[in-house]
Every structure is written in structure tokens, then in C-alpha cells.
Design a protein around this ligand. Structure first.
Ligand code: SF4
Length: 62
């Protein structure tokens, strides 16, 4: 699994970082996801962040 954030859509609410800080960070002001393959033990929380994003800025590639 890989995760991506559309920086043009993200409103910097911080939810994704709060749910899964191993994958998402807001260090640059908007959320960014790690570029490498996401380990299987983090997949559920990444899906939770994706589902919880209020503006659907997160996409997942299985
Ligand atoms: Fe941006 Fe969505 Fe993450 Fe909020 S949950 S910081 S809007 S990507």
C-alpha cells in the first residue's frame, strides 16, 4: 500500500497525522505521506485517516 495527499485539497486539519503519525506529517504546513511502501501493520490506520479526511485529500494505492 502507498498513500498520497493532494496538497491542493488538504486543509491542514491534522486528523491524518493524529491518526497515523508514522505515515502522515504536517511539517510543511500541509499533510504529506511517506513515499515508501506502508508496512502492513499501519494499513488499518492509514485507511482510517483516508476515511476521516474531511476533504478527501488522501488517496490510497493498494
Ligand atoms: Fe489534510 Fe486531510 Fe490530513 Fe486533514 S486529514 S491534514 S485535510 S490530508
Amino acid at each position: 500500500m502507498k498513500a498520497f495527499v493532494d496538497e491542493n485539497v488538504c486543509i491542514s486539519c491534522g486528523l491524518c497525522e493524529g491518526v497515523c503519525s508514522d505515515v502522515f506529517s504536517l511539517d510543511t504546513g500541509v499533510a504529506v505521506a511517506i513515499e515508501c511502501e506502508i508496512s502492513s501493520d499501519l494499513e488499518d490506520s492509514v485507511r482510517e485517516a483516508c476515511d476521516g479526511c474531511p476533504v478527501q485529500a488522501i488517496s490510497i494505492e493498494e
